[in-house]
Design a protein. Structure first.
Length: 239
């Protein structure tokens, strides 16, 4: 009986050994297979990595060189239409008068009154000239006579109301002898030049008053007269 049990025990022992050995061999084989097996390559197409979206920029266009800007043409300013003054606007009339009285033992009483109208033309605002006529009445020692003639004058405005005045006149007057006495029924032509200054006071745009202080600087009869001549007159602009 003992050998039978021994044989059974031996067979179970062999079976267990083979069982454990087979289990161990299988585990070792699987371990080797997992360590020695080549990794399987991924054959699928690689995924495209997400790229950060770049801001959309416009292509750089070449900057054209600056073109020279044409200079703007100067605007034509409309000049105010100024009409030339007419001849009438340049004309003026005027006149002056003489009034005097004196007395001495040689001539006796002396009285004179005269008038000298003029027609003036303004070449510029400051310069004027023109003709005029002259008439004077005298009474000397109870005897009366007169002289008359023509003249040409010129005026230059110095400053505001002040002006220079000069005139040259030719007068037909009573004759005198060498002693200066009047000769009856004798007349002669005398030229004289007067010069001085004046003052003008305008009462309106067209009418004004003149005051003259003149001196006889030359004459043709040789009689020297250094006495100043005071005149009062007027002026009237025709337009």
């Amino acid at each position: 009986m003992l050998p039978t049990h021994t044989n059974k025990f031996s067979r179970w022992a062999v079976l267990l050994v083979f069982f454990f050995w087979g289990t161990w061999a299988t585990a070792v084989a699987q371990e080797r297979d997992s360590t020695q097996q080549k990794p399987q390559l991924d054959t699928s197409p690689p995924a495209v990595p997400a790229q950060p979206q770049a801001p959309v920029t416009q292509p750089n266009r070449p900057v054209p060189p600056p073109q020279p800007q044409p200079e703007p043409e100067p605007e034509e300013k409309e000049e105010p239409v100024t009409e030339r003054p007419s001849i009438r606007e340049k004309l003026f009339i005027g006149g002056s008068g003489d009034l005097g009285f004196s007395s001495n033992s040689y001539y006796g009483n002396f009285f004179n009154i005269g008038a000298s109208p003029i027609l003036g033309y303004r070449i510029t605002k400051r310069f004027a000239l023109g003709p005029g006529i002259v008439y004077n009445y005298y009474n000397l020692g109870g005897r009366s006579f007169s002289d008359y003639g023509a003249k040409a004058f010129t005026q230059v405005i110095l400053y505001k109301a002040f002006f220079l005045h000069a005139e040259h006149q030719i007068l037909n007057t009573q004759g005198y002898d060498s002693s200066g006495r009047i000769t009856p029924d004798s007349r002669q032509n005398i030229q004289s030049t007067l010069a001085g200054a004046g003052y003008r006071q305008m009462a309106s745009d067209r009418f004004g008053f003149d005051l003259y202080l003149l001196f006889n600087i030359a004459n043709s009869n040789g009689v020297r007269n250094s006495r100043p001549i005071l005149r009062a007159g007027f002026i009237y602009n025709l337009k």
